[in-house]
Design a protein around this ligand. Structure first.
Ligand code: SF4
Length: 475
């Protein structure tokens, strides 16, 4: 017994990241292993990076290639279209998600397709393709294992590279027992993978069309590159008579020489691998097959026109900024309420709907770790900070946050008031019982001891030690 149909997911009208993160945090055990699992991947990335002596040069190069391509995006897209068409590919253009979905549906409908297999494509998530096709009687099966798991659970992916990272193997075992009829309580990963493989093989063999995403589109050759670790994209393409590839317009790069730069960065940054297990180059349909490529804008040209944010389109969707982000690791991908979560999601989504995603630029400590690991050197923390200012100017912050920041600004602008409050706080921290101090500092103090204040403030220490020791300084 299987259930491949996903239910239409009810989207919140306004995403409250803090409230959603609090729900995730209600299970401290989950938070801990989620945090540790992602940090483990971040460490693998660090090891993989040290293998490549010219890592920083590669990042610089990748960033420059992307900036160059984005600055001539129209030219490269037309070059790609012309080369792909000459290869026998049918190229389609979609202004938005609705157009993308209609184009895909039209292709399937014209061939009487009722069974579609999909390999991982965050773009089709972004466009809401699955519910669109299912509402029109088409059976859609996601064939990436993580994607299939979340599809069976009627959830969204929580990470762009590891869609089911929020789930424990016991939870997956429960899902498989209910959906695939596996032995209840058997959570051995090898047994679970074997069950999924058997189930998916049937779907591949029955599929009448295959849809894939695109990691890179090469303007000079008209070819596309699809990177997976499971070979599911290749299996779908090899068996089905129709292949549809959906790509965001920012995926185009000039040539094969540039491709090498990105392939060296992508898997190392995302999962710590040297290369994805399958890196498939597709140039033309095989004999008897149709190949359609749908180029999708869906807000990308608007983002390209935003002076402070166009560089976010350099993203190659490696997921490294999520793996390193202390907020993402402890709040889970679903708390972002968007297809792309984490730091890059918080930069992209306010541009789509400022009011709905107003809380996301604040889901960051601005520590800069995301920018430090990004293989294409996107200044994520600076862009998050810029969005905060835009969100505040548009009046989308809570009254509490507005008043708190106003009070903070007043105190920081008056050194005497700041010094007085510092003295008062240190005194209070020494005099008051710990229980009261902890209650005032809650929830911060739930897992931490409130530190005993230093006997002297930094300003007093500086005055006593540095100024008086400077040659000619105040005595
Ligand atoms: S913003 Fe950078 S680190 Fe984050 S997913 Fe995109 S390429 Fe990777």
């Amino acid at each position: 017994m299987t259930a491949s149909r996903t239910l239409p997911v009810v989207e919140p009208t306004v995403v409250d990241h803090a409230a959603a993160a609090a729900r995730f945090n209600a299970n401290p055990e989950r938070v801990t292993w989620h945090d540790e699992a992602l940090w483990f991947v971040r460490e693998k990335r660090d090891h993989a990076m040290t293998d490549v002596a010219e890592w920083e040069t590669l990042r610089e190069l990748a960033s420059s290639i992307k900036e160059h391509t984005l600055s001539r995006l129209d030219e490269y897209l037309l070059m790609f279209e012309s080369a792909a068409t000459a290869n026998g590919v049918v190229v389609h253009w979609a202004r938005n998600a609705e157009e993308h979905n209609r184009i895909v549906h039209r292709i399937l409908e014209s061939h009487g397709v009722r069974k579609l297999v999909k390999s991982k494509s965050m773009l089709t998530e972004e466009c809401g393709l699955n519910p669109f096709l299912e509402a029109r009687g088409i059976d859609v099966v996601d064939t990436d294992l993580g994607e299939r798991i979340v599809q069976m659970r009627r959830e969204h992916p929580s990470h762009i590279v590891m869609p089911a990272i929020h789930l424990k193997k016991e939870e997956i075992a429960e899902t498989f027992a209910a959906q695939l009829g596996t032995e209840p309580g058997v959570s051995d990963p090898i047994a679970l993978v074997a069950a999924a493989r058997g189930h998916l093989r049937e779907r591949f063999l029955a599929a009448e069309a295959a849809l894939t995403g695109v990691n890179f589109a090469i303007a000079e050759t008209g070819g596309i590159v699809v990177c997976t670790n499971e070979g599911n994209a290749d299996l779908g393409i090899a068996l089905a008579p129709i292949h549809i590839a959906s790509m965001g317009i920012e995926k185009v790069i000039p040539g094969t020489a540039e491709l090498a730069v990105f392939l060296r960065l992508l898997a190392r940054s995302g999962t710590g691998q040297r290369l994805t297990v399958y890196t498939s180059h597709i140039h033309r349909p095989r004999e008897g097959q149709e190949l359609h490529i749908v180029l999708v804008d869906n807000g990308r040209t608007t983002q390209l026109g935003r002076a402070g944010f166009w560089r976010s389109l350099k993203c190659i969707r490696c997921g490294a900024c999520m793996n390193t982000c202390p907020v993402y690791r402890r709040s889970g991908g679903h708390s972002y309420g968007s297809t792309v979560p984490g730091p890059i999601g918080s930069v992209l989504t306010p541009g789509i709907d400022l009011e709905k995603y107003a809380s996301l630029p604040f889901a960051s400590t601005l520590c800069g770790s995301c920018s430090a690991v990004c293989p294409v050197k996107i200044d994520l923390d600076a862009q998050l900070y810029r969005w905060r200012q835009i969100v505040a100017d548009a009046g989308h912050v809570t009254a509490k946050k507005r008043h708190t920041v106003r009070i903070g600004a007043t105190v920081l602008a008056q050194p005497r008031v700041f010094a007085f409050l510092g003295r008062a706080t240190r005194l209070a921290l020494r005099m008051l019982p710990q229980s009261i101090v902890a209650a005032v500092a809650a929830p911060w103090s739930r897992d931490r001891d409130v530190p005993v204040p230093a006997p002297q403030s930094f300003r007093a220490w500086y005055k006593a030690n540095r100024i008086s020791r400077r040659p000619g300084g105040e005595q």
